[in-house]
Design a protein around this ligand. Structure first.
Ligand code: SAH
Length: 397
């Protein structure tokens, strides 16, 4: 099948040859042939050498997302089946079923399916379609997922801002099978969590933190823990299960805190072991300092602060401030667990930010462990943008 041709400007072929999946509109010399946005286009170097094939969207700054570097590979139904099968096989190889029944099945570009996210929660799948190219093929992709995974239902949560850049409105709803119940109870490392896949944050749960919750837990035994940016209390459940004395959950979301209380009770922890505080962490941590309230461990898992390069400096100030406030509250010998999920903040920069906070706080800090995203959120080597979550477990003196 002959596709429209996109010719790159001279000197813009190198990332494509290295299998980076994005072509920015600024790299394009010309687009030959009639083609609708969302359809397949062949990409050529300025010397007219065939390089790769992907789907087009002229409305997006990322004008093409590449799907294959093999000129013989057609983008037909069996292409999408092969890609989904590879993603499913990769999850199977992780042996996740022993650990949890909630994990990411498809992580977009990192699984060579740009624009598609699929998470599994028990018998339900949640999909997020982030691009026009995926939107156009959504029915097919849902059918393939239904055939392969036999879920009770597939629910769409395409309510992300990035869709606007593709000219797409938000979209939510049942795409296959049954409507998910209001709460699905999932298990993770032997703990139970209620997840609201229709209205919860992201697709309902922070699956990317699964291994970090497990690795942090042993450091919290016996500690009075502050779990700042707690969401539905996942770190709190792990902390109490590992023998923490008590946990304070802190979040701006009253709904998330209400769920945290239920999750803690669901796992057998009495209300005397935890406290929920609704408020802005930047403000509440300052109040704790002023009132002399101290902790033996503080967990900081804030939302993404940096959405664009232009905001990086402001984001860095935010990370520094919240880490500074946390350090003030930690008793000598205590633990700071600190995360950043901003892809634009590298692990190296994040460490420097925490160092700057430690200097300002007048505290000595040791790194005990470096943390990243769980292996069901793999980072494709040819797509470093897929790496976003980083964390440090530190001892604070
Ligand atoms: N640690 C959680 C995920 C945290 S997500 C887990 O493992 O499940 C970040 C959380 O920070 C969200 O629940 C959001 O409601 C909350 N949040 C955002 N801004 C905040 C602020 N300024 N103060 C306190 N919480 C905030």
């Amino acid at each position: 099948m002959r596709h429209a041709c996109l010719i790159l400007k001279p000197g813009h072929d190198r990332p494509v040859r290295r299998h980076h999946p994005w072509i920015f509109s600024g790299a394009v010399a010309e687009l030959e042939g009639r083609i609708e946005d969302g359809e397949i286009v062949d990409v050529y170097s300025s010397e007219r050498e065939w390089l790769a094939r992907g789907y087009l969207n002229r409305r997006s700054q990322i004008i093409v997302r590449l799907l294959t570097w093999n000129p013989e590979e057609a983008i037909d139904e069996s292409f999408w089946e092969r890609r989904i099968d590879r993603a499913l096989a990769a999850r199977h190889l992780l042996g996740l079923d022993q650990i949890t029944d909630a994990y990411r099945l498809v992580y977009a570009e990192n699984d060579w399916i740009p624009g598609l996210i699929v998470d599994r929660y028990g018998d339900f799948l949640v999909i997020q379609s982030l691009t026009l190219g995926i939107e156009r093929r959504k029915e097919l992709l849902v059918r393939i997922l239904a055939e392969r995974c036999h879920p009770t239902g597939i629910y769409e949560r395409s309510d992300l801002d990035v869709r606007a850049k593709e000219g797409l409105p938000p979209a939510d709803g049942v795409r296959h099978g049954e409507m998910p119940p209001e709460r699905i109870v999932i298990r993770e490392h032997g703990h139970l969590f209620r997840v609201d896949i229709r209205h919860g944050q992201k697709t309902g749960f922070y699956l990317d933190q699964r291994e970090n919750r497990r690795r942090v837990a042993p450091y919290l035994a016996g500690a009075r823990v502050l779990n700042a940016f707690s969401y539905t209390g996942a770190f709190a459940v792990y902390a109490l299960a590992a023998g923490a004395e008590s946990v304070v959950n802190l979040d701006t979301s009253a709904e998330a805190l209400a769920e945290a209380a239920i999750n803690l009770q669901l796992n057998g922890f009495p209300a005397s072991r935890f406290e929920n505080i609704e408020g802005d962490a930047f403000r509440v941590l300052r109040q704790f300092r002023a009132s002399g309230r101290r902790f033996q461990a503080v967990i900081l898992d804030p939302p993404k602060f940096a959405f664009a390069q232009a905001h990086l400096e402001r984001a860095a100030r935010g990370y520094k401030d919240i880490n500074l406030q946390a350090l003030h509250l930690i008793e000598p010998g205590g633990i700071l667990v600190t995360f950043s999920c901003s892809g634009l903040v590298s692990a190296d920069l994040f460490q420097k930010i925490v160092f700057a906070a430690a200097e300002d706080a007048g505290r000595e800090v040791q790194i005990l462990e470096r943390l990243g995203q769980a292996p069901d959120h793999p980072v494709r080597l040819s797509f470093p943008e897929g790496e976003y979550l980083k964390g440090l477990i530190c001892r604070v003196w």
